[in-house]
Design a protein around this ligand. Sequence first.
Ligand SMILES: Cc1cc2nc3c(=O)[nH]c(=O)nc-3n(C[C@H](O)[C@H](O)[C@H](O)COP(=O)(O)OP(=O)(O)OC[C@H]3O[C@@H](n4cnc5c(N)ncnc54)[C@H](O)[C@@H]3O)c2cc1C
Ligand code: FES
Length: 284
Amino acid sequence: MAPDRPTPPFGRRAVEVREAAADGGYRIFTLVDREGPEPLPGQFYMLCEAPEWSSIEGRPYLPRAISYARSTGREGELLLEFLIDDVGPGTKRLGRLEKGDGCWITGPFGNPFSAPREIAESPAGAILVGGGIGIAPLAAFRRSLISKGFPTRTLLGFRDLEHSGAVESLFGCEEVRLAFEDGSSGHHGYVTDLLELLLERDDPGGAIVYSCGPPAMLEAVKKICASAGVPAELALESPMACGFGACFGCAVPRADGNGYLRLCIDGPVVRSEEIATALVGESG
Ligand SMILES: Cc1cc2nc3c(=O)[nH]c(=O)nc-3n(C[C@H](O)[C@H](O)[C@H](O)COP(=O)(O)OP(=O)(O)OC[C@H]3O[C@@H](n4cnc5c(N)ncnc54)[C@H](O)[C@@H]3O)c2cc1C
Ligand code: FES
């Protein structure tokens, strides 16, 4: 556990939606958090619509884990921006939130991305590799690296143009290379092709890779970085019910065979070599 990660207030709190809009295939909304501490990039919140998610519509029964993509303002009035991909009942309901609606949040939870100097003695630059909705925590981390003047390159991959909708608002256009599986723009193929090329062409000495995206992409990043000898941190997603380390819903096997990591408290950001595989199971 990072020694200086903020401790979330106990219990959930009611917050209000300040803005909500569609952006490409995603939904972006901003919540006003007046009680929580400032989050660190890579951390996440457990969210559910207020009033309660009712059983009238069936699932979801539990809040859903969502990374923050941008945090502005100060403790006492933090503006937290979230990016939602509608993949099931929970994200559908969150995606219907409109300005003025209520939402329950708990958090911020989990370990943030490590500063480059916590990973390497003389880090030369960061390479951020994001796929799909996994761009959200990387957007927050990129802003933090750039504000400290740390050399940062960003590689983002999407299945099609519609699902890259939030790129401009979250990343701007500078120093971002894009890959599209359908070839609609940028590199035709996977974002991991771009990573392989970058590590082959450049001297990867001193590079650190930070990545978030679908399990298959993270597994490819893990393998590419291992064979290039480049350290990597991966932000993993897994089904989460509590966020406090109590339910073991988010457990993934440790690489050394010595038990499990609970991603809500030991992650979601882990060192690549800590886990046996990034192919984490589906949510329930
Ligand atoms: C730390 C963390 C951070 C996350 N950050 C975000 C975020 O910023 N934005 C966001 O939209 N989601 C994010 N997620 C994922 C989100 O919590 C899950 O997708 C959640 O299970 C969705 O709930 P649901 O009820 O909509 O769908 P579920 O019923 O849980 O899932 C519906 C179907 O979609 C599949 N599925 C689940 N998750 C995904 C996924 N991520 N991509 C594609 N298919 C999926 C499931 O296998 C299932 O078949 C995050 C998860 C974690 C653990
Ligand atoms: S979500 Fe319950 S232990 Fe991690």
